[in-house]
Design a protein around this ligand. Structure first.
Ligand code: FRU
Length: 479
């Protein structure tokens, strides 16, 4: 939603209790609240931040402007989880209350060090002429959730980057702390800069160089770069804004992409043997995905189900955005798979064979199969005439197509109303997680993924097998 700058950057303390109450009441009126996905209490949720394991729990923060569905003065809201499925908001927040983050506590990452969680983030600072100074800053969170910001700036804006320099991700490689930062050079090309912590002291970062990952610079900015290791292979996840479509075909306003690499050369510095660039997700919205490696080596990721510069039907209710399910990354035959963590299966309740259903509560999982050499169309969020969110699986022609043109409120239609991906001609399994206004579809246990919002009309609650043969199980999900 387009709101004037004065509103978006109004100091938090100036919002009155009455105004906040009004916003909360408005949020509560929405018919589209998710059940088992994390949403902001109020306002806009964007990037996942600080995803980590610390003090025996998982921590996941999110970027938030709490006063409406717009990108304003951002803070970090903290949630924690024991199982990566149930997240509790604790109210601990990293607020933009300091000269080093005066215009927003922007995205970043976290890593446990001794008995504290180190938070590495971008302080968005603007001067009186609205000139931006992006600062990379730090904070500790203790076991009780108290935040102590560092006094000093950890990394200043280098002279060879524009104001677009942000989203530090800290990671460990061979016992050494590194950080990568998304950047734009003076020719307006996106790139990634690598730093290392001198003596492994997170107060002291030195430049290593620009990370060669086989990028072309066709994008104008790389947001939220993340390096995770899957079976020892570096996998780079990133959001290259403006990427040339001759390099990668994508339909969303901005893509979220990845490369699988063979080795990390810390000296050059380079990701050696980088694959071609791939779409991480084929749905209508998934962005700013953040990942980290667990102490046991597992690579976990979570995505913002939303996109920058897009208005959503929930904006009228003063909120926007949701967090995806947490997905585990694996490699099979050199391909990247993403699949919800095993604990998600514990939500499965009563099961029945898939058949047309006039009414569901739009909160369920389907596990279905479409045979090789066939074509089937399934309608989710179906009304009595069978209109809704259409999913066509055509194994013969090797395509999965998701079409939301008949599903409730339309938005962002300038980017098209369908999304598709290629598949091989064999039996295809689909795990489809439906949650009121969210659908996450995992093709072949995560070989391809479609993450999307859909804002159904009130009578769009059914499931219809429109054509072809598709069989499987409908599971109620109990959250
Ligand atoms: C990505 C992003 C980040 C930035 C944050 C601000 O969506 O633009 O680059 O740190 O959002 O909320």
């Amino acid at each position: 939603m387009n709101l004037p700058t004065e509103v978006r950057y109004r100091p938090y303390a100036d919002w009155t209790a009455d105004e906040i109450k009004h916003i909360e009441e408005n949020v509560a009126k929405s018919p589209w609240h998710a059940t088992y996905h994390l949403e902001p209490k109020t306002g806009l949720l964007n990037d996942p931040n600080g995803f980590s394991y610390f003090n025996g729990k998982f921590h996941l923060f999110y970027q938030n402007w709490p006063f409406g569905a717009a990108h304003g003065l951002k803070q970090w809201v903290h949630t924690e989880s024991e199982d990566l499925v149930h997240f509790t908001e604790t109210g601990v927040k990293l607020q933009p209350d300091n000269p080093h983050d005066s215009h927003g506590a922007y995205s970043g990452s976290a890593y446990p060090i001794d008995d504290k969680l180190f938070i590495f983030y971008t302080g968005n600072v603007r001067d009186e002429n609205w000139v931006r100074d992006p600062l990379q800053v730090g904070a500790w969170m203790d076991k009780d959730g108290n935040i102590e910001k560092f006094d000093q700036v950890l990394i200043q804006q280098p002279s060879d980057v524009t104001e677009h320099f942000r989203d530090p991700q800290i990671f460990v490689y061979q016992g050494q702390f590194y950080a990568i930062i998304g950047a734009q050079n003076l020719n307006k090309q996106g790139f990634i800069r690598l730093y290392k912590a001198v003596g492994n002291d997170v107060h002291n970062w030195e430049l290593v160089g620009d990370l060669d990952f086989g990028g072309t610079g066709s994008e104008y900015m790389i947001e939220c770069p993340n390096l995770v290791f899957v079976d020892g292979k570096p996998v780079l996840l990133y959001s290259p804004q403006g990427l040339d479509k001759s390099e990668l075909n994508y339909d969303n306003i901005y893509p979220n992409t990845y490369k699988i690499c063979q080795a990390f050369d810390t000296e050059k510095p380079a990701l050696l043997g980088a694959s071609e660039i791939h779409n991480l997700d084929y749905g209508f919205e998934a962005y700013a995905t953040q990942g980290f490696n667990m102490p046991d080596g597992r690579a976990l990721i979570v995505s913002w189900i939303g996109l920058p510069d897009v208005d959503y039907p929930t904006d009228q209710y003063d909120y926007q955005g949701a967090m995806s399910l947490v997905k585990e990354l694996t490699l099979k035959d050199g391909k990247l798979y993403q699949y919800p963590v095993a604990a998600m299966a514990e939500l499965r309740g009563q099961a029945e064979n898939l058949a047309d259903k006039a009414q569901t509560n739009n909160t369920y999982e389907l596990e279905v199969t479409v045979k090789a050499n066939s074509k089937a169309e399934l309608i989710l969020f179906a009304d009595k005439d069978g209109k809704g969110l259409s999913l066509t699986v055509d194994t013969e022609n090797g395509q999965v197509v998701l079409d939301r043109s008949q599903a409730g409120q339309q938005y962002a239609t300038e980017f098209g109303t369908s999304r598709s991906c290629q598949i091989d001609n064999h039996d295809i399994t689909l795990n489809i997680f439906v949650d009121k206004s969210i659908v996450e579809i995992f093709v072949n246990k995560g070989e391809k993924v479609f993450t999307s919002r859909v804002f159904p009309d009130t009578d769009q609650t059914g499931i219809t097998v429109k054509s072809g043969s598709i069989s499987g199980t409908y599971y109620e999900l109990n959250y």
